[in-house]
Design a protein around this ligand. Structure first.
Ligand code: HEM
Length: 497
């Protein structure tokens, strides 16, 4: 009986499959975005998108225009490219677009309950206001010497650098560690930094595995990796809870680090943050800042190593502003007088923004302006500001590393419209092709911290070393959630006399 049914089932499946393919070719509904042709149902364009999203976007744009839908692991994702797409997503209405519904299944197991995308948007806006109040210039002034101290200790002990006169450093190994030491010492406080010398790194790694791309689709799978993620979350949360308890019971004067800031923050209705909210926010901040900054410092060093003359120009700028020899002093208040350093960071983020795809879930049918097309509710909407930032339409010699271009460009943000979503004024960013920190209500609140952090890291490298990139500037590895350089990522360095 089972044997005789088999041909019937197979021919049914075949007929369905032929229908599926024909439907893509013939059934073009002008009121819907065109669907990117794909042979394999469910998987859809996952492989092309996953291997190189920008190349995939470029190919699709040539065939279908700025708005198209692709299938990826069972989801329908509508990409809207270009400046108009960036504006459409970042400045979309809360009733139309949801970040929570796009990200929460991935982020909540890692960050924990009641923070970020596990709360209604108005609560996230209040949380962002609390965090922002802990990221002020007075904190940054005190962070710069802490970062320099951590760097000295790390670089001298590192097998990639060490006390010698020259060597070859594997940035992919050393920079994530240096970034987490410096970010945790400043943002998270001395206790958490000490934790990284005593087992925290493994926990961090386990938690981080929760961000594997597969978890975008199947975050609940009972994989050993997901069990390790959940265990790591519990232990890290408990560590923060212990720090908070210990601080509450001590007579120590409240300091200004982020834990203290959150411990002293109150919601609009007057009630304080719960301890687990503080703990989970600290985990979220650690994760949000670590990958993005680690990726950016690796890119900055390899790009600079491919143009050593820019390193020398940075050195000259630094000598003029920060002093020389005995008089050399890195000072946060002088960063604004180091334009080339700032251009190098901007140019690095233009070429390699860590986050290549920004997503929202569409909550009700959304007409695309100036067209008949409507993006249906239930779809995921995607914008890729990194695509416009590396396109010749907006930047000449768009694929080249040219920090000096920023000295010649008007600042898009200077005259841009501003709006307050509850955590301070932010630019709407409607007209800029360059938005590595996003825009609108979900805009990054870590930009100034990241700029201070990166400025300090690069300044120290420029002061202590000259270097060249070994072989060539690496290709991009899109297999994790942020766009990392693909191994090998090595520089040959020499210590300055
Ligand atoms: C080079 C460094 C960084 C880059 C390129 C970056 C990029 C971004 C982008 C593109 C977004 C918007 C995401 C969206 O709209 O879906 C974002 C949001 C955010 N980032 Fe960053 N980030 C960086 C560093 C940091 C740091 C250091 C922190 C923490 C101190 C941080 C905390 C956040 C937070 C809390 C949000 C808000 C999420 C939301 O409202 O939905 N980021 N970041």
């Amino acid at each position: 009986m089972a044997v005789s049914l088999l041909p019937l089932v197979l021919s049914g499946v075949l007929a369905w499959y032929v229908g599926y393919i024909l439907n893509q070719i013939t059934n073009r509904n002008p009121k819907r975005p065109p669907i990117v042709f794909h042979w394999v149902p469910f998987l859809g364009s996952a492989a092309s998108y996953g291997i190189d999203p920008y190349a995939f976007f470029h190919e699709c744009r040539q065939k279908y225009g700025d708005v198209f839908t692709f299938v990826c692991m069972g989801r329908k994702i509508t990409a809207y490219l270009g400046v108009r797409g960036n504006d459409f997503l970042f400045n979309g209405k809360l009733a139309d677009l949801s970040a929570e519904e796009a990200y929460s299944h991935l982020t909540t197991p890692v960050f924990g309950k009641d923070v970020v995308y596990d709360v209604p948007n108005h609560v996230l806006m209040e949380h962002k206001k609390f965090i922002k109040s802990g990221l002020g210039f007075s904190q940054f002034r005190s962070y710069v010497p802490l970062i320099l101290g951590e760097m000295d200790a790390f670089l001298n002990a590192s097998p990639d650098f060490g006390p010698g006169k020259e060597g070859v450093a594997d940035l992919l190994k050393s920079m994530p560690v240096m970034t987490i030491y410096t970010a945790s010492r400043t943002l998270q406080g001395a206790e958490v930094r000490k934790g990284f010398d005593a087992g925290f790194a493994d926990l961090y790694h386990d938690l981080d595995q929760g961000f594997s791309p597969i978890n975008f689709v199947f975050p609940w799978l009972p994989l050993p990796r997901n069990r390790r993620r959940d265990r790591a979350h519990k232990i890290m949360q408990q560590t923060y809870l212990n720090i908070i308890k210990q601080r509450r019971s001590s007579t120590e004067n409240p300091g200004t680090d982020m834990i203290w800031t959150l411990m002293n923050s109150k919601y609009r209705d007057g009630h304080p943050l719960k301890e687990h909210e503080i703990a989970n926010m600290m985990i979220a901040l650690l994760m949000a800042g670590q990958h993005t900054s680690a990726a950016t410092i690796m890119w900055a060093l390899t790009l600079l190593g491919s143009k050593p003359e820019v390193i020398e120009m940075l050195y000259e700028e630094q000598k003029r502003v920060l002093g020389e020899g005995e008089n050399f002093h890195v000072d946060f208040d002088k960063y604004k007088d180091l334009p080339l350093l700032n251009y190098v960071i901007r140019e690095t983020l233009r070429l390699h923004p860590p986050i290549h795809s920004i997503m929202r879930k569409v909550k009700r049918d959304l007409p695309v302006p100036d067209s008949k097309v409507v993006i249906p509710a239930g779809t995921h909407l995607l914008a890729a500001p990194g695509y416009s930032a590396t396109h010749e339409d907006f930047f000449s010699r768009a694929k080249e590393f040219c920090p000096e271009r920023w000295g010649e460009r008007p600042d898009d943000e200077e005259n841009a419209e501003q709006i307050d979503y509850g955590y301070g004024l932010v630019t709407k960013g409607a007209s800029s092709p360059y938005l590595p920190f996003g825009a609108g209500r979900h805009r990054c609140i870590g930009e100034q911290f990241a700029t201070m952090h990166l400025s300090t890291l690069i300044s120290k490298f420029v002061h202590d070393y000259t270097w060249t990139t070994v072989l060539k500037v690496p290709e991009v590895d899109y297999s994790s959630m942020v766009a990392l350089p693909l191994a090998p990522v090595k520089i040959a360095w020499k210590r300055r006399d």
